[in-house]
Design a protein around this ligand. Structure first.
Ligand code: FES
Length: 167
């Protein structure tokens, strides 16, 4: 007789532990996967959004162009509408972010008399040149961000934002 024999009590204990563990894993795995799946999924970043703005209608005067995209924040999906200030500089289309680089208010084009040919932030009187550059002596310390742009069938597409390359 060997000393390594498993008693009936031990056999039952091992079996129940194994079966119990297997059943628990079977119940927990779908829950864990459900909880983590949105976080682990790869999302295509930097997609371009088609706007209703005809390229032909864009002039040298900045206009507001709205664009809507689906924003996924882990488990939460929402349609978000963003805005760009769009104008033509020669043949180049420029799209600037309206978000002031001081504290994040929305800038306006030629907001008041005296702000001709400038972007103006009404929160703390921040001022920017047409290409988004800072005007010295006003609170913002960085230029307005730019959006990447593309054309599709004569309409403007707006892509991800990037640091200003115009100033
Ligand atoms: S938030 Fe624009 S100047 Fe302060």
């Amino acid at each position: 007789m060997s000393n390594n024999r498993v008693s009936r009590r031990q056999f039952l204990s091992y079996t129940l532990t194994g079966v119990g563990g297997f059943m628990a894993a079977g119940m927990l795995m779908p829950m864990v996967r459900f909880a983590l799946d949105p976080v682990l999924q790869k999302h295509e970043g930097g997609d371009f959004v088609l706007t209703e703005q005809k390229i032909a209608d864009i002039t040298e005067a900045p206009i507001k162009v709205d664009f809507t995209f689906e924003q996924v924040d882990a488990w939460y999906k929402a349609d978000v509408t963003n805005t760009a200030w769009v104008y033509k500089d020669g043949d180049v289309i420029v799209a600037l972010s309206p978000v002031c680089k001081h504290l994040g208010c929305m800038v306006d084009w030629e907001h008041k008399d005296g702000n001709k040919n400038e972007f103006f932030c009404p929160c703390h009187a921040g001022r920017y040149t047409k290409n988004g550059g800072n005007i010295a002596g006003t609170p913002p310390l960085g230029p307005l961000d730019e959006f990447e742009v593309q054309e599709k069938d004569g309409y403007l597409m707006i892509g991800p934002s990037k640091p200003n390359t115009l100033v």
